[in-house]
Design a protein around this ligand. Structure first.
Ligand SMILES: [Zn+2]
Length: 224
């Protein structure tokens, strides 16, 4: 059989996944880029999976090439503060500078401006929401956690992640935990075999109509 002729123009970009029609999971990695980010990016590429990285500005500054690669390979980037203080115990000036310095480093490293904020420890209050609104960012938390920082055990991370990975879930993980990165091929294969598409947070929140300063998902007992 003859080989197909090479296309005259670049192939169209892969069709966007519609998470209102198919099962989606958004894996999110906090605090990076961590030292295992390169291995994680290799795995995501191999399985054609997308993820969202909530980055600390201090590590964007020290590992800019990972950030560039994340953007180039279709992952989403969010802001996780510059040096990870609890924003609910920080002054307004500190919160603003933590967000701004991180945005600036990301812009410098990869040429993009993050549109999502995940405050350190997922902690926010009305002041943090107001400042997020000033920056035009909704606050993105998670629907379930891998508890990877706690267990540091591949089997436990896999089991916990699969137990919280449901339709349109947002799962918290960390790319500085080696066992998380090591367990990713197995986690991704299992999710994909169960029919999940691994997408960015933007895909999962598309139907939510979030405004700058909104928190999603809302912690129990909160009102928007
Ligand atoms: Zn964090």
């Amino acid at each position: 059989m003859l080989a197909a002729p090479a296309p005259a123009v670049a192939a169209p970009k892969a069709k966007k996944v519609d998470c209102s029609q198919v099962k989606c999971v958004a894996l999110t990695f906090d605090d990076g880029p961590g030292k295992y980010a390169g291995t994680l990016l290799d795995t995501l590429k191999k399985y054609d999976a997308k993820a969202t990285f909530f980055l600390q500005g201090q590590y964007v500054k020290s590992r800019p090439s990972y950030v560039k690669r994340m953007v180039k390979e279709g992952h989403a980037i969010g802001n996780h503060g510059y040096s990870h203080p609890d924003f609910t115990k920080s002054s307004e000036a500190t919160i603003r500078s933590e967000i701004k310095k991180t945005n600036d480093e990301i812009k410098k490293a990869a040429g993009v401006e993050p549109k999502l904020l995940r405050p350190p420890y997922g902690l926010s209050d009305l002041t943090v929401q107001d400042i997020a609104a000033e920056f035009g960012m909704p606050i993105i938390l998670w629907t379930g956690g891998s508890r990877d920082w706690e267990s540091r055990n591949e089997e436990k991370i896999k089991k916990q992640t699969l137990s919280v990975a449901k339709g349109n879930s947002i799962v918290l993980m960390h790319d500085w935990v080696k066992q998380t990165v090591d367990s990713m091929p197995s986690i991704i294969k299992t999710l994909q075999r169960s029919g999940y598409h691994l997408v960015t947070v933007d895909d999962v929140i598309k139907g939510e109509d979030l405004k700058a300063g909104d928190v999603f998902p809302l912690p129990e007992g909160w009102e928007q």
